[in-house]
Design a protein around this ligand. Structure first.
Ligand SMILES: NC(=O)c1ccc[n+]([C@@H]2O[C@H](COP(=O)([O-])OP(=O)(O)OC[C@H]3O[C@@H](n4cnc5c(N)ncnc54)[C@H](O)[C@@H]3O)[C@@H](O)[C@H]2O)c1
Length: 350
């Protein structure tokens, strides 16, 4: 296939990571950007040598040269812009969280399918060097069967600089949908199973905003295991992005916040594991998206995958409101497998 021509819609902070990643690949180029602000358009066009800029996504979607778009703006717009882009015949890479309801997720999946275009969601952890190495270690089987996983995403919310849409749950804001989505995605991906139920506590503790900043969720999976997702936006403190995967014959963990390390624990020792960083944070994300188009295959972090992640996030919110465990709608139809020997009080297993 010839070079894939891309349009980027929304030039807030993270559009830069998309442009940087595309610049590391030979078979894809940004030919247009769209943003409401002229100064942002000119800045990106000048910096990355992008030929065309449009004030809104509507104009950009009329550009016949564009094969695919990245939807990189506020959460409340993901659904509408993705559906519009699919209907304009463009492949779509939409940022996380996928959308604000399962109905919206379904409409996006349907729009991609009916227009025969690819839909992928920007679940960055799937493409990070350190997590790919962790996944490789788990998949190798050297640590034996999984027992549990605990994932954190805790950071300073930088309230004063946080755009209003991210401080309003009505607009899809709050820590749970903004960063909890990464934790749940990471947890579910490493668990390599589908969630069946969630029990969570979610609330607002540290900020004056109509959106959460505190979430802890226990997620049960079809493989019989449970994992814990912790997503906290505090007012002060360095980031905690730890991931601990505990297996029968050892543990693999990521720690270290901004200077992450990967370690395997076996025989009472922690061993540092080297890993490769990609040439740009979103390099593998864009490589996979382009490959899925070129080869006409399902992209990783597909619409269906991301819908499942949203189902877990929404169920956790319902659980926090009701104080009850919430069974996922899709979980009911699955045959539950059990990991290991069934746990019973009578036999002293718990
Ligand atoms: N994957 C990651 O690691 C990661 C990291 C940061 C942000 N994100 C996600 O990226 C998305 C964008 O976040 P951000 O902070 O970069 O952006 P933002 O919300 O700060 O900015 C969005 C931009 O879109 C423009 N815009 C709004 N409506 C438009 C329209 N109809 N047409 C054209 N332009 C329009 C605005 O003018 C603004 O410049 C969010 O979904 C966020 O959660 C992902």
């Amino acid at each position: 296939m010839s070079t894939l021509k891309v349009g980027i819609i929304g030039l807030g902070g993270i559009a830069r990571s998309h442009c940087d990643a595309i610049a590391t690949l030979d078979n894809v180029e940004v030919v247009a950007v769209a943003d409401l602000f002229e100064e942002k358009r000119s800045q990106y066009m000048e910096e990355y040598g992008i030929p065309r800029g449009y004030p809104t996504h509507t104009e950009l979607l009329k550009d016949d040269e564009i094969d695919a778009v990245a939807v990189v703006l506020g959460h409340q717009l993901h659904h509408r812009l993705t559906v519009d882009a699919c209907n304009a015949g463009k492949h779509v890479l939409v940022e996380k969280p996928m959308a604000l309801s399962l109905e919206q997720c379904d409409a996006m999946i349907d729009a991609a399918a009916s227009n025969n275009v690819k839909l992928m969601v920007g679940h960055t952890p799937h493409f990070s060097g350190i997590l790919l190495k962790m996944k490789e270690i788990l998949d190798s089987g050297r640590l034996g069967p999984l027992m549990t996983i605990v994932c954190y995403s805790c950071k300073n919310w930088t309230y004063a600089n946080r755009a209003p849409q991210y401080r309003s749950r009505f607009h899809g804001g709050g820590m749970w949908l903004t960063n909890g989505v990464h934790v749940v995605d990471r947890l579910t991906w490493l668990m390599a199973s589908q969630a069946v139920s969630v029990s969570a506590s979610i609330g607002t503790r540290a900020h004056y905003q109509a959106a959460d900043d505190t979430a802890t969720a226990l997620i049960r999976y079809k493989n019989g295991l449970a994992g814990v997702a912790v997503s906290i936006a505090y007012a002060d403190g360095p980031p905690i992005m730890d991931t601990q995967v505990i297996c029968v014959n050892g543990t693999v963990r990521i720690g270290g916040g901004r200077q992450p390390f990967l370690q395997v624990g076996q025989g009472d020792e922690w061993q540092d594991i080297p890993y490769d960083d990609p040439p740009a944070v979103m390099h593998y994300e864009w490589k996979s998206f382009v490959e899925s188009i070129e080869q006409d295959i399902e992209p990783p972090a597909s619409g269906e995958w991301s819908r499942h992640i949203m189902e877990i996030l929404f169920a956790a919110e319902s659980s926090a409101i009701s104080g009850q465990d919430v069974v996922l709608e899709s979980g009911l139809s699955w045959t539950h497998q059990r990991a290991g020997v069934p746990v019973t009080r009578d036999h002293g297993w718990i």
